[in-house]
Write a protein that binds this ligand. Structure first.
Ligand code: HGY
Ligand code: MN
Ligand code: MN
Length: 421
């Protein structure tokens, strides 16, 4: 695949910047950045410098989103949003989320002070993964006016609430309403790695996301009776770990029954968590996803019934807390068509597909027209240090992005949307 030398250089630089950010972490030796941590502050400083050098004015909103506004040719023109998230999962790769922010900054740099008919706001969302507080999308929910008290009052493992974390970072929860999308926001575009095997299997560098699967996230706590591991006969136990184990296998069995359904228990915490003590309590996470909302909700409800049945049969109780019930969303058809045209003009085959991974785009899509461009993920590996992306594919995405910006600037439909904004 031929690219201009300049685009190839910029693609190399995008990858180098992602690797640089991966070294900014709360856990030396692996990559982990969670909501408004000290590592996030350093990440914002570095990315904010890049934004500023590209000609954007930089701010951090009250939900901790990093925002860089690159002006339009005319003051008062509406804005196009580009971005993704800057937080990561524990032991993360270097590209999930971060690539979308760094690539957006690089597109602004590539304008080299050329101004478009619309401004560009690059957003680095503060928290998409849901690692610190169990509930994801804090940053994008603030942008769309959905960061409610229930979420603000959620606490992390140390008992620190979202609200306090915002204050500790030097921001004011009272200003959260000011983080809302400005009403001149035309659309939101997110570049993101696919995080799965589809594009690689098709040998295609870029994907156009048609929709994002809905997700249910929950917490289940099995409550049994802690006791001595050596003296308590098997017939007299109320073992929370054994109940949890039986339920985890049930989660897997049920998910295998439906095409496209995935269900995962990724986190487990036992109390008192000692080898010679029967676990009295086990808390588990549940993550259920599917493009059909009814199937996803039915599955989560069925798994709750199964947890109750297992607990009852074993003389335990079980508590369930729903942390997220996020419906599947569709992307904007006009923007998908524009992306397809830009990709074809960049000489690139594209594939339209559903995203199994969740993204800030699924939150923003409820407020303004939204679309996503996927980059091929070698090995389909993500949420892992070996996550990668090729320079060629980043160069292709850059070319497609530059053509897209020019296309939108000249599109009659986009002009109409600009007038209405
Ligand atoms: O979990 C997800 O789907 C995304 O990577 N946050
Ligand atoms: Mn992720
Ligand atoms: Mn992501």
């Amino acid at each position: 695949m031929e690219h201009s030398a300049a685009i190839a250089d910029r693609a190399e630089k995008v990858i180098a910047r992602c690797k640089r950010l991966a070294s900014i972490t709360e856990t030396p030796g692996s990559t982990c950045r969670t909501f408004l941590s000290i590592a996030m502050r350093e990440c914002y400083r570095v990315v904010g410098d890049w934004m500023e050098a590209a000609g954007a004015s930089v701010s951090i909103d009250a939900a901790g989103n990093l925002r860089g506004l690159y002006p339009a040719a005319d003051t008062g023109a509406p804005r196009l949003l580009l971005g993704s998230h800057l937080d990561t999962v524990p032991d993360a790769g270097a590209y999930d989320g971060v690539l979308g922010v760094v690539l957006a900054v690089s597109l602004v740099e590539t304008l080299e002070d050329r101004k478009l008919p619309f401004a560009i706001e690059v957003i680095g969302f503060s928290e998409e993964e849901g690692v610190r507080f169990g509930a994801p999308f804090i940053g994008s929910r603030a942008l769309t006016g959905k960061l409610d008290d229930e979420l603000l009052n959620r606490t992390d493992a140390k008992g620190v609430s979202v609200r306090t974390a915002i204050e500790n970072f030097g921001l004011k929860p009272a200003d959260i309403s000011q983080a809302a999308l400005s009403n001149d926001s035309l659309a939101y575009l997110e570049f993101h790695i696919e995080q799965g095997p589809v594009l690689e299997s098709l040998r295609i560098p870029l994907g156009i996301v048609e929709g994002i699967a809905g997700q249910t996230r929950g917490e289940f706590t099995f409550l049994g009776r802690a006791n001595h591991a050596g003296t308590t006969p098997m017939t007299l136990r109320h073992d929370a770990m054994a109940a949890a184990a039986e339920w985890i296998l049930e989660v897997e069995r049920v998910a295998k029954m439906e095409k496209g359904l995935v269900a995962t228990v990724g986190r487990i915490a036992a109390t008192p968590n000692a080898a010679n003590v029967i676990a009295g309590q086990v808390q588990l996470s549940l993550d259920v996803r599917h493009s059909s909302n009814s199937l996803r909700i039915r599955t989560a409800d069925f798994l709750a019934v199964q947890a109750e049945e297992i607990a009852h049969r074993r003389g335990l109780t079980v508590q369930r807390k729903t942390l997220l019930n996020q419906p599947a969303v569709s992307m904007d058809p006009f923007l998908m068509g524009q992306i397809e045209q830009a990709a074809v003009n960049a000489g690139c085959a594209v594939h339209r597909m559903v995203s199994g991974a969740g993204h800030d785009a699924m939150i923003v899509a409820g407020t303004i027209p939204t679309a996503m461009i996927f980059l091929r993920t070698p090995g389909g590996v993500s949420h892992h240090p070996s996550e990668s992306v090729s320079v060629d594919d980043v160069a292709k995405a850059m070319e497609c992005g530059m053509l897209l910006l020019t296309q939108l600037g000249g599109s009659a439909e986009f002009q109409k949307r600009m007038v209405r904004a």
